[in-house]
Design a protein around this ligand. Structure first.
Ligand SMILES: Cc1cc2nc3c(=O)[nH]c(=O)nc-3n(C[C@H](O)[C@H](O)[C@H](O)COP(=O)(O)OP(=O)(O)OC[C@H]3O[C@@H](n4cnc5c(N)ncnc54)[C@H](O)[C@@H]3O)c2cc1C
Length: 380
């Protein structure tokens, strides 16, 4: 409140930083005030009510680590290093999206510092318009200093991926598309195309070419999950199967190795109209020509789920009708490779255009909303 009043009195440009995770760097500003919330690390769990109150400097790995002690989990992102604040205010698509919706669907209330520097509460009963706006409107309506979430009894989950070499990826993706048509809501799956980093222990077949990985997290009765996952785990068969039972807190961080800190990034994202044959072939053809082994392409299956049943106008986060969300995360280490990687990403996105919905997830977008996102930055 003091920082807002300070900046307001002097008419200074102001930005708000959660954990600084967004690759677009929207939490920073030049020649202005950065209100940095990253030291606000409080987490208070109420196991009886199954709620958690979380401050805006907390990451998803941190909250789900604390909740695990109670057999509980919060619906957050796919990566543990992501901040709770920015992700929740934009939407929050993650490993339990099909069962429990996105992060903002689980927000019960928030403490908000307004542009006047006042502290108010937003919930379904207090300042309901503001509550509608902060659920999907990003950081545009004030600074959230505390989030109250509904959390869930989750405990142990079945999580992992099956890995196929890129050359067999087309058939594997067509199989997966069919498999997802009847996939239970206990399951939130993605396809991930990446190149094995040196430290990843994979068979030789997956070192010679890129990897098409399919899978995610099953939250529900484990025996039922073993049965439901069998077709996915047997198809091919895959070159590797890394599914296992694990605490949800471990599943929360299992993909972190793909997005380490400090890389140059140029990302594009959009919901997909469908995962058509053309989309599958374009993704695989372009990845085969990628210039950087750090680049990762993800397609999440979010649809036909608790998430898609929330009415589009219930919160400021619309776009509930698209079954798949895609993000091309082009990343590299040497600044001299910047132009080539940007050009590759642009050509890839141009080729994807026929398959993209005219709708993008705000937290993966930056300069230009719609079906594109333009970012060159390094993660802090
Ligand atoms: C590697 C990686 C993986 C990702 N995975 C996912 C994913 O699985 N699912 C998903 O939904 N998104 C994902 N994202 C996008 C993610 O939602 C954003 O990066 C999110 O903004 C990160 O939150 P943060 O608090 O660190 O944000 P910051 O970078 O600190 O801020 C992002 C924006 O939110 C605003 N903001 C942040 N906190 C507050 C606050 N408390 N009050 C007001 N405004 C605030 C900032 O002003 C800024 O405009 C991913 C991003 C990356 C880089």
């Amino acid at each position: 409140m003091a920082s807002v009043k300070f900046a307001r009195k002097r008419g200074m440009l102001t930005s708000v930083r959660g954990t600084g995770h967004n690759v677009a760097g929207t939490s920073l500003c030049d020649d202005g005030v950065v209100i940095d919330l990253s030291a606000m690390k409080g987490i208070h769990v109420n196991p009886t009510a199954r709620t958690a109150r979380v401050e805006p400097g907390v990451t998803w790995a941190e909250i789900n680590h604390d909740l695990q002690a109670f057999g509980l989990a919060a619906t957050g992102g796919f990566v543990g290093t992501t901040g709770v604040g920015g992700l929740t205010l934009g939407g929050g698509l993650g490993w339990m999206v099909r069962k429990y919706g996105c992060a903002l669907d689980n927000l019960l209330s928030a403490d908000v510092v307004t542009a006047e520097g006042k502290l108010i509460k937003a919930s379904a009963t207090e300042n309901p318009d503001l509550f509608w706006g902060i659920r999907g409107g990003g950081g545009n309506f004030g600074i959230v200093t505390s989030f109250e979430f509904q959390v869930h009894a989750v405990g142990t989950v079945l999580a992992g991926l099956v890995l196929h070499p890129l050359s067999k990826g087309g058939d594997a993706l067509r199989f997966w598309r069919k498999y997802e048509e009847s996939a239970s809501e206990h399951m939130s799956n993605s396809l991930v195309v990446f190149t094995a980093p040196a430290e990843l222990p994979v068979p030789d077949a997956l070192r010679r070419e890129a990897i098409v990985a399919l899978g995610g997290v099953w939250v529900g009765p484990l025996e039922e999950g073993e049965r439901a996952l069998r077709p996915l785990r047997e198809y091919g068969p895959p070159a590797a199967d890394i599914y296992q039972r694990m605490p949800y807190s471990a599943a929360q961080t299992m993909a972190d190795f793909l997005w380490p800190k400090g890389l140059y990034s140029y990302w594009k994202s959009s919901f997909l109209k469908s995962l058509s044959d053309g989309a599958v072939d374009t993704i695989l053809d372009f990845y085969a020509k990628t210039l950087s082994a750090r680049t990762v392409v993800v397609v999440e299956h979010d649809g036909d789920s608790a998430w898609s049943r929330v009415p589009e106008d219930a919160t400021a986060f619309g776009h509930r009708s698209w079954p798949y969300n895609m993000v091309a995360t082009t990343m590299w280490t040497d600044p001299k490779d910047t132009e080539a990687n940007i050009n590759w990403t642009r050509e890839f996105w141009e080729a994807m255009k026929p398959f993209l919905a005219d709708a993008a997830y705000v937290m993966l977008a930056s300069v230009s909303l719609g079906s594109v996102n333009i970012v060159v930055t390094t993660m802090l």
